[in-house]
Write a protein that binds this ligand. Structure first.
Ligand code: SF4
Length: 297
């Protein structure tokens, strides 16, 4: 898009919903279109604007400990996945469920469970590199009877038993460089570096975006990164963009655009986002950005 008086604006064609989020949203839309009541456990997508759109279609959201009495409402487990206890509760209460757990996360849950059983038999330990309290991490922890240790920062490795065989997994949306730092700190900390077996389980849908976004960030004079404030993937990819282009600004909706960011006037502007950012929102941001220049004196 080239504005009449302003810079060239490009929306990154590789930004936007990943396969797992797209699938979850489609499952919800299909159910709502049939007139069925639907309640998602937690926000179906870490993007406030998309969440608002789905709410207008009739989607509700709650937590498992605050479920409505009305069992006519079908429940939806989002792409992040849930621990086994959530499935047990739904079954016990006789509720209908749409399980929108991303197949990549489901596979990771299975691998974590298998490794936990193996480590139990061998006196080892399972570690998860992830964000404490994140829904996907809670789902993974549930596969280990909550016995796995969650590490978010390299300095936390000091609480790890240094004598045990150790298997490390990563939450799917963490950064590759962060994982490498954790691995290095663990190899240093453990009695012998060979005690560590690391499964690099960052999702390719996230990992592949990093090299692409580096190029996209370098190609433009200024970047607008669009993501929900709660999106961990958004935080990771925003940092990638900012490291490659200091004129990168984070917004969650078009109203957050600020005119002073565009002074001096950039020749080209890139609009990009996270795996939870809908395409329609990036288009709205591109249109709102273009409109700013028509109002410049
Ligand atoms: S980032 Fe990957 S693992 Fe996570 S929901 Fe998207 S496709 Fe699934």
């Amino acid at each position: 898009m080239t504005t009449a008086q302003g810079p060239h604006i490009e929306i990154d064609q590789k930004s936007g919903f990943c396969f797992g989020v797209s699938r979850a949203v489609k499952l919800a839309e299909e159910h709502l279109a049939q007139g069925g009541g639907l309640t998602s456990i937690g926000a179906i997508v870490h993007n406030e604007e998309e969440f608002k759109r789905l709410k207008q279609l009739g989607l509700h959201s709650t937590q498992l400990d605050k479920l409505p009495e009305d069992k006519a409402q079908t429940l939806l487990f989002r792409a992040h996945g849930e621990p086994p206890s959530s499935y047990q509760q739904v079954k016990r209460e006789g509720r209908q469920l749409i399980d929108a757990t991303c197949p990549v996360v489901r596979k990771l849950q299975e691998r974590v469970h298998k490794a936990w059983e193996e480590m139990k038999a061998e006196g080892g330990q399972v570690l998860i590199y992830g964000k404490k309290g994140h829904a996907e991490v809670a789902g993974l922890l549930g596969q280990t009877n909550n016995e796995a240790l969650v590490l978010q920062f390299p300095e936390e490795v000091k609480v790890v038993d240094r004598h045990k065989k150790t298997v490390l997994f990563s939450q799917t949306t963490m950064s590759r460089s962060g994982l490498e730092q954790i691995e290095a700190a663990l190899r240093e900390h453990l009695e012998h570096p060979d005690l560590l077996k690391s499964h690099r389980t960052i999702c390719a849908q996230v990992g592949n975006r990093v090299p692409h976004l580096k190029k996209f960030a370098n190609k433009h004079d200024l970047l607008i990164f669009v993501a929900g404030k709660e999106s961990s993937n958004g935080k990771v990819l925003f940092e990638v963009c900012r490291a490659n282009n200091p004129r990168t600004f984070f917004i969650s909706s078009p109203e957050e655009l600020q005119k002073p960011w565009f002074e001096p006037l950039p020749a080209s502007i890139g609009i990009c986002g996270a795996t939870s950012t809908p395409q329609w929102l990036m288009e709205q941001v591109a249109a709102a950005t273009a409109a700013l220049f028509t109002r410049f004196p």
